[in-house]
Design a protein around this ligand. Sequence first.
Ligand code: CA
Ligand code: CA
Length: 402
Amino acid sequence: MKKTNSYLLLMLSILVIGIQACKKTVSEVSTVDYTVTVSYPDSYAQSKAANAKVTLTNSTTNSKLSVNTNTDGVATFAQLLPGNYQVSVERTLNASEAATLTGIETEAFLNASATNQLITVNGNLDLKLSGSAVGGLVFKQIYYSGSRTPANGIYLTDQFYEIYNNSTEVMYADSLYLGESGGSAKTSSTTAVFGFDKSAGNVYLVNVWMIPGSGKSYPIQPGKSIIISSNAINHKSDPAGNANSVDLGAGISDFEGYVASTNRDTDNPDVPNMELVQYGLSTFTWNTPVFGPSMVIFKSKNVASYRQLTEPGSTSSRLYMEVPGSVIIDAVEANANATAATHKRFPSALDAGFQYCSGTYVKEAIVRKVRTTVNGRRVLQDTNNSTDDFTVTTNILPKGWL
Ligand SMILES: [Ca+2]
Ligand SMILES: [Ca+2]
């Protein structure tokens, strides 16, 4: 018995020493408290990004720890083992969250990361989310109606197209195509309907321009726009201009359409020219129909391979570029009057409606409505229906607001 007791005592002692040794080992490895504070992009309505998933990956062990941010955008990693970590954050916004944060109701995926963070003491890391742009480039304003001179003459070289960054991120105008559909606006009951079949979803362009640049030469900030003018001069003060028109000179126009081949167009050296890709409906300077043009913007690397087609049912040899609807960024139809639905040139998936001015040379522009304002940035309405999305004004304000 005595021997057994001594043996048990010995075993107990070893056990106790062992436990104490273990305890000592654990308490000697000091941990740190680490936080990651996550914010939304500057263009968003709020800064603090709640419910973002923050993941710390230990560079040595590859073990991962994930914590969601609280309402202050803070993810807390308590008792973290010191070491080298890779930090990543992801946040998916559902359509309703995106609507609140960006003004545009569409799902968005945001992320952020920081590599090789040596974490040895208590601390915090700030990370700002970024991701795919919510929203895109849209036509903000199209001025096509022309104006009357003080002597009541007609004046139509003052047309311009304003393209707006309706997104949360910087976008680039480089290599953006601006295209004008073929087909006549409905000016009478006998006006021919454009002969192409719309059911395939394509558009058929008669004139096509491209903005130059090397890829990132022409940034457009969120909530900002560019002006593309047919002729980038101060039409009000130009000797050959029209005192009733608008100033579209340098500082207002970002690009102009210069038709070198006619030897009659004017080139303002202070305003970059667009590249003329296709000029099927040629006049000495580029004019779109004052009865209402149908315009698209698109980006594509395949323009050279797009089919060139004559209009079905027409004897004209004029060629139209067939551009697939899938590359169209924005499409806006204007036409002559309220009865012109029969003469739409675009598939309804690209623009379900159209807009019209009260007449020709009336100095009216069609202007996209403001849907909401987020953090000072106006978000324009884009339901792909110009009847709803646009309004008509006589107050022509390039880059301005009604
Ligand atoms: Ca011109
Ligand atoms: Ca120029």
